[in-house]
Design a protein around this ligand. Structure first.
Ligand code: RTP
Ligand code: MG
Length: 155
């Protein structure tokens, strides 16, 4: 069934340093949980410039690249892997547009920020990017493959 093909899809989400400093971690995690996605990896990490340059390698010729790297290394980020049906595309919807000015209210960027250079959260833009980013930020043994074995506890 085509409707099930993306059910184990994974995406890489990072709460950027401004999101951590503004105490938005709980509210952002809650949005992904409420939507119905499964958390399979999470860590608070001070990313090195090397990691960030590799992460944003496609943007290295952009005029904002060095500013982006210093922003992203200005404090710890919450690196996460979320799993579920079409999670790459739906997470991008939840984030809103790159520029918060173009993001609708109800989206994370639409609700929490105003500047493109301080836009709170990252999300992979394709399944291929997600696979690349997950393997860049996480070791295989940092990702959990878990089942809802105790779902009879939830009413
Ligand atoms: P992200 O990768 O962080 O999820 O953001 P995105 O896909 O929506 O946008 P992308 O084009 O990948 O840009 C990465 C990040 O660079 C910063 N940026 N600044 N000053 C500018 O014009 C500008 N454009 C992009 C943003 O922080 C953006 O999220
Ligand atoms: Mg991007």
């Amino acid at each position: 069934q085509s409707g099930w093909t993306g059910v184990n899809e994974r995406t890489f989400i990072a709460i950027k340093p401004d999101g951590v400093q503004r105490r938005l971690v709980g509210q952002i995690v809650q949005r992904f949980e409420k939507k119905g996605f499964k958390l399979v990896g999470m860590k608070l990490i001070q990313a090195t410039e090397g990691l960030l340059k590799e992460h944003y390698t496609e943007l290295r010729s952009k005029p904002f690249f060095s500013g982006l790297i210093s922003y992203m290394s200005s404090g710890p980020v919450v690196a996460m892997v979320w799993q579920g049906l079409d999670v790459v595309k739906m997470a991008r919807k939840m984030l809103g547009e790159t520029n918060p000015a173009d993001s609708l209210p109800g989206t994370i960027r639409g609700d929490y920020c105003v500047e493109v250079g301080r836009n709170v959260i990252h999300g992979s833009d394709s399944v291929e990017s997600a696979q690349r980013e997950i393997s860049l930020w996480f070791r295989e043994n940092e990702l959990q493959c878990w089942e809802d074995t105790h779902s009879h506890w939830i009413y």
